[in-house]
Design a protein around this ligand. Structure first.
Ligand SMILES: [Zn+2]
Length: 579
């Protein structure tokens, strides 16, 4: 593990706490005890134990079954883990909480077998909707269908059947690629798109031979429809807007907890969204712990709001706001990641600077002046170098800064010369191993070899160079499932079974650390979370199989049996009676 990190753990964990399971007899009995477990504590003072005692929202003791059972009273909730593996609650290192909720609140079209099935789903949704309400679906892909409609244009359906299904509701069906949507005629009308509207730069309004727009919109042509949806939402009464957003929070929370995620590091929310989180935290209605990076605010807005919004451990450690998110480049898929050398499949293109480095430099000064962490999205090797340079300049100009822990979000393609700089500057690499499994194959097309292998998601290389790696999924880009991300971290297995540069895998212990203790450290929360240590929050997960021991091929079968958050069982798998 990261040497600096171990040293910090050693000074912040009170001496000997991890070694003393016995709680003074005068104290009240435990509220919850779990015995018969194989604990992966992630606590170097006591790496293995079989039982855990909880009082209130805290772990009060870790030890053997007998000594922990002695802490129970008549009202203690007892759980027999029956030999199962128990790990600290997973911390999602980089996710988009409200986007996850929004995606879960829309029609899921991923498993539709043909276009008729999708039209039927839309018709049912329209029957339950009020006139004018937007009907939104996602995830359809014509390659998964058993047949394509006979009147298809460029292989995709026309929107005539959608118009018949619901003439009174605008319909917006997002393609699985994220690069196109199929909308009905009412949605086109509300977006101001007619048959004669010219294609925007970087976008296509697909038309049939007579010139009629089919409803299929590509890339930049989606913009006006998205804007129409936003206008419709903004026109709702305030209490209705709140109802929609609270529903998204609830759905995102349920999904996260069902996968063992007890804390989420939200990679960019506006002040308005943070206001919502705060009001929910006041009522104890945040479903899991959020560490929020402020996103999408101008430097002027940050200057006005940073001091007021900074909050740590609010609402019983459910809301912390002390980080700012910036984006210096785009992504590899759209060839907008900012590279040192051109794309292998697009010579002459080196991607782009999305938000200007100079503007992010101003943000860096604001972060330093207000005690904020700065977390910048950087995918390409040029983007990573620019941000390392910027962080180095900013921190050198402020040598009084203690323990900034600034992060690079994604750190996806890093030039070998820049690898040692992460440890040297104390910059955290906040990465997504799942990307190696999902996107490895086409990353090679974009970058070519050996560049792809030497620079892409180099977990092993960065780890061995002393960098602290935080790990996440970028949900909803990927499923929030930490077990899938764990498998990707330790195997880099792709869908076809082949492995994307397996020399970059981490060991299972190292991988588990990237999702627990490392993420806690990356949010200044190592005294509170990330390991099963007396005094820390009682956030942990019971797994149905031992992800530290089972063969690689069984990792994909691993499931969460129960999730405990602040000492309360907040998720129990169907049919799971033990906890
Ligand atoms: Zn993201």
């Amino acid at each position: 593990m990261h040497k600096q990190f171990l040293a910090i753990l050693a000074v912040t964990v009170p001496l000997g706490v991890g070694l003393q399971p016995i709680v003074a007899m005068s104290e009240a009995p435990a509220d919850l005890i779990v015995t018969g477990a194989k604990l992966a504590t992630l606590d170097p003072d006591r790496p293995a134990a079989s039982a855990i005692a909880v009082r209130g929202d805290r772990i009060v003791a870790i030890g053997g079954d007998e000594e922990i059972a002695a802490l129970a009273g008549p009202d203690t909730n007892r759980v027999d883990a029956r030999g199962r593996r128990v790990v600290p609650g997973f911390i999602e290192g980089h996710g988009h909480f409200m986007s996850l909720g929004e995606s879960l609140a829309t029609l899921d079209l991923r498993s539709a077998r043909d276009w008729n099935e999708i039209v039927a789903i839309v018709r049912r949704a329209a029957a339950a909707a009020s006139p004018g309400e937007w009907i939104v679906g996602r995830g359809w892909h014509q390659d998964k269908w058993t047949s394509i409609p006979a009147d298809a244009v460029e292989g995709l359906p026309r929107n005539v059947s959608l118009d018949e299904a619901t003439p009174r509701n605008p319909v917006y069906l997002e393609h699985a690629s994220g690069h196109g949507v199929l909308v009905n005629s009412l949605a086109l009308k509300e977006a101001g798109i007619t048959d004669t509207t010219p294609d925007p730069p970087g976008g296509v309004i697909v038309r049939e031979s007579g010139g009629r727009a089919t409803g299929w919109l590509v890339d930049a042509a989606i913009g006006p429809v998205s804007a129409a949806r936003e206008r419709a939402f903004a026109a709702l009464p305030a209490d209705e807007q709140r109802r929609v957003l609270v529903d998204q929070v609830r759905r995102a929370g349920q999904d996260a907890l069902s996968k063992g995620v007890t804390s989420l590091q939200d990679a960019g929310s506006s002040f308005a969204t943070i206001d919502l989180f705060r009001s929910l935290a006041d009522r104890g209605e945040l479903p899991l712990r959020l560490y929020v990076m402020i996103g999408g605010e101008s430097n002027e807005s940050l200057e006005r709001g940073l001091a007021r919004y900074r909050t740590v451990g609010y609402g019983g450690n459910f809301l912390t706001v002390r980080a700012i998110k910036r984006l210096v480049d785009g992504a590899l898929g759209s060839r907008s990641a900012w590279l040192l050398e051109p794309y292998a499949d697009d010579p002459g293109n080196t991607g782009l600077e999305h938000e200007a480095v100079a503007m992010i430099g101003v943000t860096a000064d604001l972060a330093l002046a207000n005690g904020y962490q700065l977390n910048t999205h950087a995918i390409g090797d040029r983007a990573n170098r620019e941000i390392l340079d910027l962080y180095e300049r900013a921190l050198r100009a402020h040598p009084e800064t203690r323990d900034p822990r600034w992060r690079i979000e994604h750190a996806q393609h890093v030039h070998p010369d820049d690898v040692p700089r992460f440890a040297k500057l104390g910059v955290i690499a906040s990465m997504q191993a799942i990307g190696a499994a999902s996107d490895g194959a086409w990353m090679v097309k974009r970058l070519g070899e050996p560049r792809a292998g030497e620079q892409t998601l180099v977990f092993r290389t960065l780890h061995d160079a002393g960098a602290l790696i935080a790990n996440g999924t970028d949900v909803p880009v990927e499923d929030i499932d930490p077990l899938a991300n764990f498998r990707a971290t330790v195997t880099r297995a792709m869908a076809d079974g082949s492995r994307f540069h397996p020399e970059q895998v981490l060991t299972r212990q190292e991988a588990l650390a990237t999702m627990t203790v490392n993420n806690a450290y990356a949010a200044f929360e190592e005294d509170l979370k990330g390991s099963l240590t007396p005094g820390k929050l009682a956030d942990f997960v019971v797994l149905d199989r031992d992800i530290l021991e089972v063969p690689d091929e069984d990792l994909s079968k691993a499931r969460v049996d129960c999730t405990v958050l602040g000492g309360r069982v907040v998720y129990r798998r169907a049919g799971e009676s033990a906890c």
